[in-house]
Ligand binder design. Structure first.
Ligand code: COA
Length: 181
């Protein structure tokens, strides 16, 4: 479902492709443009040198256990990263992967997160994962809503955090992007 041209709900377009090691500097630039509030929603805490550490971590992922996707402008346009979604083999549940996702703060609300998560779930299923799980702060309304629309269900509550899970063997994923009007 990865695609060179995804039409977003407001008529904009982006490309969704696999994350590459060469993306590190551009990823760092993306994370540097994420607000402190968004970093808190992503990490549940402040993190020293969040941009550098996150970019290095993702650029050096283990392809045997992880999948990373990035959303970028279309080919031919200035290349920057608008959002990133990632899964890593979960060590609690056999066959599951744990997700994380982040969209550049000035790009939120355009449908990029939803498109990235749709493509990520599809790619995770294609690679043989049976489920995707993740922790979401309950105050993260946008993420909770999106998880619900993508078939995640709450499994347990841990303080301010909900542990969400989607069964990839049964979920029906939406199409990637919206059809042209
Ligand atoms: C949470 C986050 C990834 C969402 O990404 P986003 O690009 O802003 O979200 P989208 O624009 O894709 O989706 C926003 C909304 O449209 C819905 N939506 C988007 N595209 C859609 C589509 N094609 N069909 C149906 N619904 C759609 C979503 O459910 C959501 O609802 P809301 O904004 O009305 O509350 C982003 O806000 C972010 O990076 N936040 C900070 C980090 C974070 O919270 N990460 C998650 C940690 S678990």
């Amino acid at each position: 479902m990865i695609s060179d041209d995804v039409r977003l709900p407001l008529g904009e377009h982006c490309r969704i492709r696999l994350l590459e090691a060469a993306d590190e500097e551009v990823l760092k630039g993306m994370f540097a443009r994420c607000s402190a509030d968004d970093v808190h929603l992503r990490c549940f805490a402040a993190m020293k040198d969040f941009p550098g550490k996150m970019a290095a971590r993702l650029a050096r992922m283990d392809p045997a256990e992880e999948i990373g996707l990035v959303a970028t402008p279309l080919e031919g346009e200035a290349q920057e990263i608008l959002g990133v979604a990632h899964v890593i083999l979960d060590h609690e549940e056999v066959g599951a992967a744990e997700f994380d996702v982040m969209v550049r703060s000035d790009q939120k609300g355009h449908g990029i997160g939803y498109a990235l998560m749709t493509a990520l779930l599809d790619e995770a299923r294609r690679r043989g994962f049976k489920a995707v799980v993740g922790y979401v702060l309950r105050e993260n309304r946008s993420m909770m809503l999106m998880c619900g629309e993508l078939g995640f269900v709450p499994v347990r509550y841990e303080g301010a955090v909900t542990y969400m899970r989607v069964d990839l063997t049964t979920v029906e994923l939406p199409p990637l992007g919206v059809p042209a009007a």
